[in-house]
Design a protein around this ligand. Structure first.
Ligand code: GRF
Length: 218
């Protein structure tokens, strides 16, 4: 089985990267991490990559007058490792339309909300302010507009009455660590595909039951 070559882009902690590393260790996983690229030389995720024997490359966004110059180096690092699919995992730089032209239909992301609700940062505090009963996370293709793009998979997380942003973030993050490797598996295996701006998925079992919050009684 040939495995799809992933380039994982990070800026910080790298817990989603770690989840991908762990999952991709299985021989039958349809993708492998070819390279990890960080725009931040101090990203703890780089150490996670090294510990797993994966090359970590720093492409620092600082020191480039034009964003295109930074992206040219990014592109070179990715193509040098024959990357086929870019996985953003806590990558905190916005990419330009010309970079998207080069990687059209080959960039995915994990976002800590049920998109299209709560795009951007501080998703958990805003979800709690809005009083939602169900929060969650989304794996999606990336397009130039921030946190838009075809949705590959989502996980719903019930909000507890005593949740604060930190406790909710922790439970959503645990769901992210299961969702992102699952979404990558679907894409890398070809079981889910981007067709005309939407995701087509082979029928592979019934979805799990409805999540009610508060729970149903009786
Ligand atoms: C995650 O919450 C992810 O959804 C968001 O940035 C965070 C990255 O965390 N895009 P980590 O670096 O993977 O731990």
């Amino acid at each position: 089985m040939s495995r799809r070559r992933l380039g994982v882009l990070i800026s910080g902690r790298g817990s989603n990267l770690a989840a991908l590393i762990d999952t991709a260790a299985a021989a039958d996983y349809p993708a492998e991490i070819a390279v990890v690229v960080s725009n931040n030389p101090d990203a703890p995720g780089l150490e996670r990559a090294r510990a797993a024997g994966i090359e970590g490359v720093v492409v620092n966004h600082r020191g480039h007058a034009r964003r295109e110059d930074f992206e040219a180096l990014l592109h070179t690092a990715l193509t040098a490792h024959r990357v086929e699919l870019i996985c953003l995992a806590g990558f905190m730089r916005l990419l330009t339309p010309s970079f998207f032209d080069l990687w059209s239909g080959r960039i995915i992301n994990i976002h800590p909300s049920l998109l299209p609700a709560f795009k951007g940062l501080d998703t958990h505090a805003r979800a709690l302010d809005a009083g939602v009963r169900v929060a969650g996370c989304t794996a999606h293709y990336v397009v130039p507009e921030m946190d838009e793009g075809p949705i590959i998979a989502q996980a719903a997380v019930a909000v507890a009455p005593d949740d604060d942003a930190e406790s909710l973030a922790a439970r959503v993050l645990a769901a992210e660590h299961r969702l992102y490797p699952h979404a990558v598996r679907l894409i890398a295996s070809g079981r889910a595909r981007l067709v005309d701006g939407r995701i087509e998925r082979d029928g592979d079992g019934a979805p799990p039951p409805v999540l009610f919050n508060p729970p149903l009684e009786g």
